[in-house]
Design a protein around this ligand. Structure first.
Ligand SMILES: Nc1nc2c(ncn2[C@@H]2O[C@H](COP(=O)(O)OP(=O)(O)OP(=O)(O)O)[C@@H](O)[C@H]2O)c(=O)[nH]1
Ligand SMILES: [Mg+2]
Length: 302
């Protein structure tokens, strides 16, 4: 099984709920060649139901109608794939590659999957034979440190922690200093869930940043905003505010498996103009997929 086909399978699995509700009838339509006006309207409706967003849906329908006017023989599925890829490739992604010590901060609102993603990401990097240090920066929620400790054990990585109620900026500083001293390429820092409107909590992120910069001036190298796919486009205003306030560099979309609107990847990427680094498709350690536009589109329409 090739790398890409393995990824496509993972996306298909993650999109199962979307598949059952909207992708199956969509794929049936797309396999029919020329579509009449009723079928075009039905397709448009399904694209919207999959949560691809108004903008992308209009673009896709326009392209389809344009090509149908131009030639008698068309392949609607191939056209849609091509157009979707154009949209997705609009935001270039930066691969997760270690150059010296890279500090990665995970931020987002409560319960979106930050700690779980961090655990999976630690295991993913470890699986590439890259050392990882995990920092329990959520000292606010009871059990958050233990939850992270468990993920650390699962992934086989060291966890740097202090006591509950401790200062997240101080523990972040310790983690970065330790990783640098031991030449560990990855430092993953968990943070407490917060709302962008809570100013003191947003200032806390600033404080973490300043404290990291005392150790490594370029840190944090990545700020991952974790978003819950089941919230769909409703969370976009909030995400945009977060993006500005926390200096977000990449997105992680979790719980794609729990959503019947898996197309939401598209409007999220279009609106926030940030690359999607990873997608979460379950609660297990290997349920984190590096986002790949080709594999995603294949999983969606393939
Ligand atoms: N199905 C599914 N569940 C997920 C995924 N990612 C996280 N979860 C679940 O979502 C719940 C919350 O995950 P956490 O990682 O604790 O979320 P958090 O953002 O760290 O939460 P706070 O620290 O309280 O803000 C847990 O039950 C996870 O197992 C995913 O990709 N798919
Ligand atoms: Mg957490």
């Amino acid at each position: 099984m090739g790398f890409l086909s393995g990824l496509v399978g993972k996306f298909k699995q993650g999109l199962q709920r979307t598949q059952d509700l909207v992708l199956a009838p969509m794929q049936r339509l797309l396999g029919m060649g020329r579509l009449d006006e009723d079928q075009l309207l039905e397709l448009e409706d399904l694209l919207l139901q999959a949560d691809l967003g108004v903008h992308a849906t209009e673009r896709l329908m326009e392209r389809l109608r344009f090509e149908m006017r131009r030639s008698a023989e068309i392949d609607p599925k191939a056209l849609l794939k091509d157009e979707l890829l154009k949209i997705l490739h609009h935001v270039p992604s930066r691969p997760f590659a270690a150059e010296g010590t890279q500090v990665v901060l995970l931020v987002g609102v409560n319960g979106v999957g930050k700690t779980t993603t961090l655990g999976k990401l630690a295991a993913h990097l470890k699986g590439r034979n890259e050392e990882v240090l995990v920092v329990a920066g959520d000292t606010f929620r009871a059990a958050a440190i233990d939850q992270l400790e468990l993920w650390g054990q699962r992934a086989g990585v060291e966890v740097v922690r202090n006591q509950m109620g401790g200062d997240p900026a101080a523990i972040a500083y310790d983690g970065a200093a330790r990783a640098q001293a031991k030449h560990i390429p990855w430092v993953l820092i968990d943070t407490a869930g917060r709302l962008h409107v809570k100013e003191h909590l947003m200032r806390e992120l600033d404080k973490i940043r300043r404290s990291l910069q005392k150790v490594i001036p370029q840190a944090p190298h990545r700020v991952l905003l974790v978003l819950d796919a089941t919230t769909g486009q409703n969370g976009l205003n909030q995400a945009e505010a977060f993006k500005e306030a926390a200096g977000v560099t990449d997105l992680v979309l979790t719980k794609l498996d729990g959503s019947a609107k898996g197309g939401v990847v598209v409007p999220i990427l279009e609106r926030l103009k940030l690359p999607i680094a990873f997608v979460g498709v379950g609660e297990q350690v290997d349920d984190l997929i590096p986002f790949d536009p080709e594999a995603f589109v294949e999983g969606l329409l393939g």
